[in-house]
Design a protein. Sequence first.
Lengths: 607, 285
Amino acid sequence: MATFFDNTINGLVVGNIYALVAVGLALIFGVAGLINFAHGSVYMAGAYVGWLCVTKLGLPLWVALPAAAAGSALLGAAIERCGLRALYGKARIAPLLATIGISFILDQASQLIFGPFPQAFPSPLPTTRFQLGRVSIGYLDLLVAAVSLSIGLALWAFLRFSRLGWAVRATAQDRDAAQQMGVDVNRVNLTTFALAAALGGLGGALVGMYYGSVYPTMGFQATLKGFAAALLGGLGSIPGAIVGSLLLGLIESYGVAVLGSSYRNLFAFGILIAVLVVRPGGLFGDRRGLPPEPMTGTFIATSRPVRLPPWAIWALGTAAVLLPLVVPNPYILQILINAWLYGLLALSLTLVSGATGQTSLGHAGLLAIGGYASSLLAVRLGWPVEVSILAAGLITAGLAVVLVAPAFRLRGHYVAIATLGIGEIVTLVILNWESLTNGPIGLPGLPPLSLFGTPLVSTQAIYWLSLGVMLVILLMHARLDSSHLGRTFRAIREDEVAAQSYGISLNRYKGLAFALGGFSAGLSGAITAHMYSYINHETFGNTISILGLTMAILGGMGNALGAVLGAALLIIAPEMLRFLGDSRMLCYGLALVLLVRFRPQGLMGTM
Amino acid sequence: MLDIINLTRRFGGLTAVDGVSLRVAEGETVSIIGPNGAGKTTLFNLISGLDTPDAGSVQLAGHAIAGLAPERIAALGLARTFQHGRVFGNLSVRDNVLVGAHTRLRTARSGLPILGPLAELALALLRPAAVVHEERDLHAEVETILALFGERLQSRIDQPAHSLSYANRRRLEIARALALHPRLLLLDEPTAGMNPTETTEMLEVIRTLKNRGLSILLIEHKLELVMQLSDRVVVLDGGATIAEGLPATVRDNPQVIDAYLGRKHPAEVTNLPVRPASALTLEVA
């Protein structure tokens, strides 16, 4: 029984911290209509500022915590001013993608500055715990409760009584009307981002102390948990975010007590998906609202695609096939093998996210499914590698449909969150299903790639195999694009309501798109696994999902040839920038941000 | 053709559609008029399946359709346009109209779970002769449909819909609806935002469709157009039917005039200060 009370206290404390993150997300969603994927990175930055103050500068907490809040507020304001302001009124997906890019940049930057490993963050508070009846409470628990309560009150007072607070609420209700009444909407946005970031940074610093460490990727989990909490309460509602956070904290705390700590994150993602599917409006939201009619339903940048003449396409294809005979350099060929395998991923994303408009942030999960499926078939059942790769493609296709099907009724930004959560669930299942996947140890000693019983060991052979598979999928996409399916997918992307009203079943065609996308992503993951002869749950990290999406955008959403071009460029370019060392990874995030700002239609144009 | 009985939809405390009953006979053109917020568009959303009624029934050519998914209702032969225009912006004019013909595609017909979509995929990839023919015939039909609007859309057939003018987008919506070969066509303010010339053109287009025997349910604010086109007029106010009948009868109904122009406030009628004419002249001087 004592543990029950302790778990409750623990859940409430963690829930309070989630509330700091979730309230920020809710504020930004309410005011800017944007799901801020960079919020977790701001939280991480706040944690590092707090850590620097306490451990390196030896400052007391009453300086360190305000410093963390101030530092992240500055960062939040900078994100709004430099990264997002130019994107309002552009395609609705633009600011979302920009926050993903910014988050990528910040996470990579902190890895460069502070190193990839966790840093110890000892709490400067005394560690003695009081015993209140059956419950034990520490100083840190009290601090967290005090901070979040006073912040909550201050926020309420700000929104309720200050002029700027009124302006924030007015903008959240009706941006245009507020602007016409003389509200400086840009100032409101800036304030909102700074405020939300301050709360997030404070949350980060407190979490760092609570768990005793800070690390560069801590923000990603926080973003997802913040989403889960904010969604649970109803996205955009501040009281909802607070209630959702406390509930999530409690569920996690009890769940971990029953099932063990390796399941901790599964609860958040489970709730995320369940809420999205059952009640996207959250506990306090409306269930059956109809989306407003847009003037034109474009979620994606408008443009005309660049059409290459057929001879140019043939020439490029022939050059790619003949290249190993002319340039047998294994280093160059290996880079191109990666390019073709990423090309498969980019083709998948350009179909699912580009042509059909379902922004996916969970494609790494599909690669992992493909890789594991093929490895297990080849190792456990002794299937020939080429057969197991093909089967892995089909299995991934099927699982992609089954896993994402609950999210088919969602739109726009919600699809992005759902797929992100689904991708994370795949990773967690792989990690926890030890009897099948070997858990964190992974599967070593995978048989090499083979074709008709002949193992392919030379780099040239692997090159031709990956190029061949990629070309087949590319041709398939090109053929689909000129069929009725090409326009049906795009009708869904442009306007789901109009598409449905003209007899297009969303489930059927989103299912087809995810099946096709799953097939090519599964092939890519399977080939990669056998090429490395090893796979574990970290082989396909979530940064790969973002990278694949960036490739598809670089090429032009929905443009199959563009996707391959985007993949080739983003794989080859960093090799040419080797002199930059580890900061090359930063370039991917930067590429995404710049692309969204200056060429949202990509190199080859949206199709 | 269309038979609506006692249809009701509430949003929280507001009853947007309040026990509306309505019939459209085969080949008939019925107009729905009423002030903004009367529930006209909500009624269209309920008929076309974008919204679910709280009570009441809707029958389309004998099929009960209330609560069905929009795609099922479309397949039964109902096409609609949208008040503010919902064309597929990045699709060409041609593809927009082709999407309208989606319910007629034999390629997309099989409704079997899993096998149906896979067969559709196989047909799209392999393209046997029947599929090629079907597609070619549809392309020819698109040209015929667009000819209804003269040169307005024909010359822009390969342009993306987002590049069209507002009026052209509205035309394109009607073209897309016609490609469905509808039994019943719902038009939601087809002339909104159009100038007088464009309105007259649209009137002629709708008259042509009417003369072809198409059943039409029309929401429209321009009364002149309503009077010329409608066989019957239904007036909605506050979600309920307040009048129904021949255009001329409805026009002279005092309740309708009240709903449209508003009643004078009693205080205004009695205590209106009358300014002497001399005061006016003084001011001018």
